[in-house]
Design a protein around this ligand. Structure first.
Ligand code: DX5
Ligand code: ZN
Length: 219
């Protein structure tokens, strides 16, 4: 499967939000990555449900919602109703992860589970069958523009081996500090979805940057 590119709208210019969304609409980006932060699970507050109608009506591509919030169960229904196609919760924020994942799928969205940099992929062994996307955080969640943590690479390799060994088709998404400097190694390690915030939106030509990320490995 060709890899997917998911620009993170967190890095866009909020004064021109539609332009940020159109970069995804009018490029070969696959997903729009939407970072929701609550100031509790992570130190920062970004935006929440209030912006979802704008993403739903303005973006024609897959809306990939990354919930960096405590008690995500409380909001699953609302986010799916407001247009989340992929809804990702954090392993560290869920006491009953299996139930949460089932609920997301019942609501009709793809279910994602994100793990922080300190969380071992082994902890997902008993949920891998159920999830559509595993989001491996390559920075500590909370802020855009942080430095990529290299320990992510062996984690991705390990997770890829587990999925292949068990013949599972969950996608591996990498989130944080991703750009041209590490995208190829991540793909070689087995990643399927690259989230890219600053490297896309802070670049001179975001559409071209997306195309370059998308074309890695194509001959
Ligand atoms: C971090 C967020 C990321 C972030 C990525 O908490 O989950 O999605 O926006 O931004 P960059 O690519 O700038 O690290
Ligand atoms: Zn994210």
């Amino acid at each position: 499967m060709a890899h997917l590119i998911a620009p993170s709208i967190l890095a866009a210019d909020f004064l021109h939000l539609k332009e940020g969304i159109d970069i995804v609409n009018n490029s070969n980006a696959d997903w729009l990555h939407i970072d929701v932060m609550d100031g509790h699970f992570v130190p920062n507050i970004s935006f929440g449900l209030a912006l979802m109608p704008a993403f739903k009506s303005g973006c024609k591509k897959t809306k990939d919602v990354h919930l960096m919030i405590s008690n995500p169960d409380q909001y699953l229904e609302a986010f799916v109703y407001e247009g989340a196609d992929v809804l990702t919760v954090h392993y560290e924020a869920c006491d009953h992860l299996h139930r949460t994942v089932q609920r997301i799928k019942e609501l009709g969205a793809k279910a994602g589970v994100a793990i922080n940099p300190h969380t071992s992929v082994d902890l997902l062994d008993d949920i891998l069958e159920e999830v559509d996307v595993v989001c491996v955080m390559s920075v500590n969640p909370g802020y855009g523009g942080q430095k990529f943590i290299y320990q992510t690479l062996p984690k991705v390799r390990k997770l890829r081996a587990k999925l292949d060994e068990r013949n599972l088709d969950a996608l591996i998404e990498i989130d944080g500090g991703v750009g041209m400097q590490n995208a190829e190694s991540l793909l070689q390690a087995g990643a399927n979805v690259l989230v890219a915030g600053s490297s896309v939106y802070k670049s001179k030509n975001p559409v071209e940057t997306i195309a370059r990320l998308k074309n890695i490995g194509q001959v």
